[in-house]
Design a protein around this ligand. Structure first.
Ligand SMILES: [Zn+2]
Length: 372
């Protein structure tokens, strides 16, 4: 199999030897997950299915960020406990992912269940002089990590802009460098707090993924990723804090999934232009929703249109009509397409061609997680 790696900026062979260690950054359960989230987890799901089909054991870890600025703010607005909010939204998320036939993951660890590991990891960076503390805030010092930028390849000016957009506060006067990022921070009065050697507080955004990846999968991940917008700052910071402590490469293949737009712009909570899996699955059978998403290449940015659902429905009907058709080589064609950087549009094209030629395509569809 060949898979694109964002760090190398090239399609590169992927030949895992033992169990495949995959980590996909999960959701912050404070609001309903939209089609953009589903598209990310679907890409990991297709990769998992093909690797298993090829005889590999695959371990997918998908964390749950159940304590951060977003969930605490929303819980405050709603007047509910943040963990109750997390439980509710997580149940909705899991139902939606089951609707589009995502396989269960190996582990779904939560940030609040890893505070001990998070503090151990921060302690190691601190003791090695890679982090410093000011007023109860612990910052990672990017000047101590010369490879900073290896994942996202952004210019320094662009990194500062992106950090600001993602709440990284480059103008924070406590920082030695605007790009230094928070590992630990004091909690506000109504926020949850855990004891630490730097005072009571809570973790920064990036540290949980390093701590959980280390705990669940070890020092080096075969595949790690999420939405393309996580490359900087999130994944860049994860790589810096992980590699500076372990000395080992953190990730072999960085997998970044394209963003899904709607109405001419990126789907986002702040713009209110969200499309939800549950809503689409209410209008059409869920297999058509999955098929509509598979028609897009995972690395492309694209835009949702309702015609895509209609096209997927008619494709499903064509595929179903092949029941009892003759055997053909379509399953191998689908495998070859997936092995070429998860070319799902190519896989769908191969199945279409086989279906039009009267061959049965049920097994090939099943490899893509589409039950006919
Ligand atoms: Zn993450």
């Amino acid at each position: 199999m060949r898979l694109y790696d964002s760090a190398r900026r090239a399609v590169a062979p992927m030949a895992p030897t033992g169990p495949v260690a995959m980590y996909s950054c999960g959701i912050t359960p404070y609001d309903a997950a939209h089609l953009g989230h589903a598209f990310v987890y679907l890409a990991f799901d297709v990769l998992t299915r093909r690797l298993r089909d090829d005889g590999h054991e695959v371990r997918v870890v998908r964390n749950v960020t159940d304590v951060d600025d977003d969930i605490l703010r929303k819980a405050r607005e709603l007047g509910v406990h943040y963990l109750d909010l997390a439980a509710r939204e997580l149940a909705t998320f899991e139902r939606d992912m089951r609707l589009i036939n995502l396989l269960p993951v190996y582990a779904e660890p939560r940030a609040t269940g890893a505070i001990a590991e998070i503090l151990t990891l921060i302690g190691r960076t601190f003791d090695e002089g890679i982090a410093y503390e000011v007023d109860g805030y612990v910052y990672f010092e990017v000047a101590k990590f010369p490879r900073f930028g290896q994942v996202s390849h952004e210019t320094r000016a662009r990194m500062v802009e992106l950090a600001a957009e993602h709440g990284g506060r480059p103008d924070d006067p406590r920082k030695r460098d605007p790009l230094d990022f928070v590992l630990w921070q004091p909690s506000l009065e109504d926020e949850p707090a855990w004891e630490s050697r730097w005072g009571a507080g809570r973790p920064g955004w990036h540290i949980e993924c390093s701590a959980l990846a280390l705990r669940e999968l070890g020092e080096t991940l075969d595949v790690h990723g999420g939405g393309r917008d996580l490359a900087f700052p999130h994944h860049e910071c994860e790589a810096a804090q992980s590699e500076s402590v372990t000395g080992a490469p953190f990730v072999r293949h960085w997998m970044h999934v394209g963003l899904v737009g709607f109405d001419g712009t990126k789907m986002s909570k702040s713009l209110g232009n969200l499309v939800f899996v549950s809503e689409l699955a209410g209008r059409s059978e869920p297999a058509a929703v999955r098929l509509a998403l598979l028609a897009q290449h995972y690395r492309a940015d694209w835009e949702w249109r309702d015609e895509l659902l209609a096209a997927a429905r008619s494709r499903l009907a064509t595929w179903r009509s092949t029941l009892g058709g003759r055997e053909s080589g379509v399953l191998d064609d689908v495998r070859a397409a997936l092995d070429d950087d998860l070319d799902t549009p190519g896989a769908l094209g191969a199945i279409d061609a086989a279906a039009h030629a009267g061959a049965s395509v049920h097994a090939a569809a099943a490899l893509l997680g589409v039950t006919l």
